[in-house]
Design a protein around this ligand. Structure first.
Ligand code: PLP
Length: 398
């Protein structure tokens, strides 16, 4: 662990650069090395060790040095007490659910979430483990209040949510959760800690897919949970050590490196996405644009309150076009790549067709099929021109 500490007395950019890094004692290198070893030398008497303890120099599944440096950085960026870095965003989410819930517990979760959350909370945990779950529109506080029960142990939300960009009020939902003794976990993947810090708004756990903005370069995968030491200890023990969802040292090192430029990249994502959203909103060929930075977004006022620096790079929109024209439009894009994932350096688009089984949970305008666009850090003029020329090719321009 670092001897130099970079806490909240420093600005976000300073923390993004320095937190978790230190001079390497052995070589004097000013960057900590990547340690590709899965085991560490034992003390004179190993009988003193608990083989299931986290953070000891013991075995890399108990937490290797690169994972720990990354945890230190993320903890400081999200204003948390402790952090666990895991193999993917989904292993972080399942780590929260499987470590903190048991049969008979009740969970309330948002009707718009990442697909794996829907599978876990709507299907797997209820059918196999006897956990009761309720799906609710978490942008409606009265609806959330109406479904919490004495045995509600967790409320889980995403804001902005994947893929509709629905906004939920973190501060108010934290109060509802705490009133019944439940925890609030917030998937912060779409915002990153540069734009929004759920723990400062009262959430108990902040979950990140590091694969997206935090790594930012579309290469490594990872996930993290940040929160109190007591909760994170439990997730380290169960999700990392005993369920094996550990992050590799190489990916930890890659994500740590990517994260240094998080604030600079987010500034560009915030700025370009707002320009692209405004461009789309003014086109006749566009049925709707959902971007929390637009005044027309139903969650704009709440987003303004809790997303301090901007609205990130992801939006959803629909064209006045049939299924085939939607696919042809994508095929003509030259700057924007057709691929899943988001928060990369490059712009990515995915056509979510009319047959998504969860469409019944989405607002009416999404039912006709829509695009999720993740605006990258290319020149915004080039992104806009790319969309314009592709619309022209399918006769939807002018
Ligand atoms: C991508 C994503 C995840 C899952 O992360 P992986 O790293 O792909 O496992 C979770 N939540 C949100 C909001 C995401 O966009």
């Amino acid at each position: 662990m670092s001897e130099r500490k970079y806490g909240n007395e420093y600005g976000f950019l300073t923390r993004a650069v320095h937190a978790g890094n230190d001079v390497d004692k052995d070589t004097g290198a000013i960057k900590r090395p990547i340690t590709m070893a899965n085991s560490y030398e034992l003390p004179y008497d190993p009988a003193e060790l608990n083989w299931s303890s986290a953070g000891k120099a013991l075995y890399t599944r108990n937490g290797g040095s690169n994972q720990q440096y990354l945890q230190e950085k993320l903890c400081i960026l999200e204003s948390g007490e402790d952090c666990v870095a895991l193999a993917s965003g989904v292993s972080a989410l399942s780590g929260v659910f499987f470590s903190l819930l048991k049969s008979g517990d009740h969970v309330v979760f948002s009707n718009v979430t990442y697909i794996a959350v829907y599978r876990l909370l709507n299907e797997l945990l209820p059918s196999k483990y006897g956990i009761e779950t309720t799906i609710v529109d978490t942008s409606d506080l009265e609806a959330v209040k109406a479904v919490v029960r004495p045995n509600t142990k967790l409320i889980h939300i995403e804001t902005p949510a994947n893929p509709t960009l629905k906004i939920s009020d973190i501060e108010e939902i934290a109060k509802i959760a705490h009133n019944v003794g439940a925890l609030l976990s917030v998937d912060n993947t779409f915002s990153s800690p540069y734009n929004q810090r759920p723990l400062e708004l009262g959430a108990d756990l902040c979950v990140e897919s590091l694969t997206k903005y935090i790594n930012g370069h579309g290469d490594a995968m990872g996930g993290a949970v940040i929160g109190s030491k007591a909760l994170i200890d439990k997730i380290k023990s169960e999700a990392m050590i005993n369920n094996g969802g550990v992050l590799s040292p190489f990916n930890a090192w890659m994500i740590m490196r990517g994260c240094v430029t998080l604030p600079l990249r987010m500034k560009q994502h915030n700025d370009s996405a707002l320009k692209v959203a405004r461009f789309l909103e003014n086109l006749d060929a566009v049925r709707f644009v959902s971007y929390p930075g637009l005044e027309s977004h139903p969650g704009h006022e709440i987003a303004k309150k809790q997303m301090k620096n901007g609205y990130s790079g992801v939006m959803a929109f629909g064209l006045k076009a049939d299924h085939d024209t939607n696919n042809r439009f994508v095929s003509h894009l030259k700057v924007i790549t057709s691929a899943v994932s988001l928060g990369h350096d490059e712009s990515l688009i995915v056509f979510l067709g009319e047959d998504d089984e969860r469409q019944y949970l989405y607002p009416e305008e999404f039912h006709g099929g829509f695009f999720r666009l993740s605006v990258g850090i290319e020149d915004s003029e080039d992104i806009i021109e790319d969309i314009r020329q592709a619309l022209e090719k399918v006769s939807l321009w002018g």
